[in-house]
Design a protein around this ligand. Structure first.
Ligand SMILES: Nc1ncnc2c1ncn2[C@@H]1O[C@H](COP(=O)(O)OP(=O)(O)OP(=O)(O)O)[C@@H](O)[C@H]1O
Length: 293
């Protein structure tokens, strides 16, 4: 990697990489995404969390223009996601949940084939992902294990130095060492290249460490969209229902286990404890479990 920006898009973008407004998607007669709005800013790393069936993959499909919106708009750098120019499409690196196809290729052949096919040159100086993946270039793709295919999908998506990286559960089949290394390399790489990242995963502890922002979905809607720091500072679990004058909003009621609130100020901690509350600081994993129960 050189410090010089070798990407063809050195001019700052006027529009955000992702801008979704009032998106609705119906699949099989069911509303799977419902009035969903989301903006991703340049260089931001956003974690997309949600239980099975929440709509994460559908949202990613709409974002990439693979699925059409039934209502609302999806724009990438100001362009309609369903009609992106080839140059704009080449700015996106997408890692799908599972990589299918291309089974007859060898690893090295597929890399070369896709490098020719893309409207953007491969970053040949930066071997971050090739080194991380440690794949045999002569191996046939049909012989790769699930985790090796996942590594390949990551290399194929990222070696073009994308400006927008979209990852749909990229680590599910990686071994612990590969996952650990990936979760350290990804934010460093994004910071270095200025890429924006949207990453979905069920492994919350991974995401909370690397993301600037946590987006929690359920039933096709965004339930919470905050930075991890905001969650730590302004979200608490109280053991008793909050006093109204504290000016907080209840976001999840766990009955005997207490109430999650947002809009908290750390200066209230002592007063709340003095009133007999057992306070739990905002924590992404516990909050997710409370919101999606
Ligand atoms: N083609 C389809 N026809 C009907 N329903 C669909 C279709 N594709 C997805 N769905 C439904 O849409 C909902 C959202 O699915 P989606 O794959 O987006 O969820 P997800 O949040 O990615 O889940 P997971 O964590 O399990 O990957 C699910 O209830 C799913 O059954």
């Amino acid at each position: 990697m050189t410090d010089q920006d070798t990407s063809p898009q050195a001019i700052p973008d006027r529009e955000p990489p992702v801008q979704i407004a009032h998106l609705r998607k119906v699949l099989g007669g069911r509303t799977v995404l419902d009035d969903l709005s989301l903006t991703l800013r340049p260089g931001e790393i956003a974690a997309l969390l949600g239980p099975n069936g929440a709509g994460k993959t559908t949202l990613i499909g709409c974002l990439l223009g693979l699925l059409s919106a039934d209502a609302g708009t999806v724009r990438l750098w100001g362009e309609d996601a369903s009609a992106l120019r080839a140059e704009t499409r080449a700015r996106i690196g997408f890692v799908p949940q599972t990589m299918t196809g291309f089974t007859w290729f060898r690893v090295g052949e597929l890399m070369a084939y896709l490098a020719d096919y893309r409207a953007r040159p491969t970053d040949t100086e930066d071997r971050t992902w090739e080194e991380w993946a440690a794949l045999d270039p002569t191996a046939r793709i049909k012989t790769l294990s699930g985790g090796e295919r996942q590594r390949l999908a990551i290399v194929l998506a990222l070696r073009f130095r994308p400006d927008l990286i979209v990852l749909d559960e990229p680590v599910a089949s990686l071994d612990p060492q590969a996952r650990y290394d990936f979760m350290r390399l990804l934010p460093a790489y994004a910071r270095r290249t200025g890429a924006s990242v949207l990453i979905s995963s069920h492994i919350i502890s991974d995401l909370q460490d690397i993301s600037d922002r946590v987006i929690m979905m359920r039933h096709g809607r965004i339930m919470l969209d905050m930075t991890a720091a905001e969650i730590a500072a302004t979200v608490r679990r109280l053991s008793t229902p909050p006093e109204t004058e504290w000016g907080v909003e209840t976001i999840a009621d766990q009955g005997a286990d207490g109430v999650w609130v947002r809009g908290w100020h750390p200066a209230l901690d002592d007063a709340a404890a003095g009133a007999g509350n057992i306070l739990l600081p905002g924590d992404v994993e516990r909050l997710f479990l409370a919101l999606t129960r």
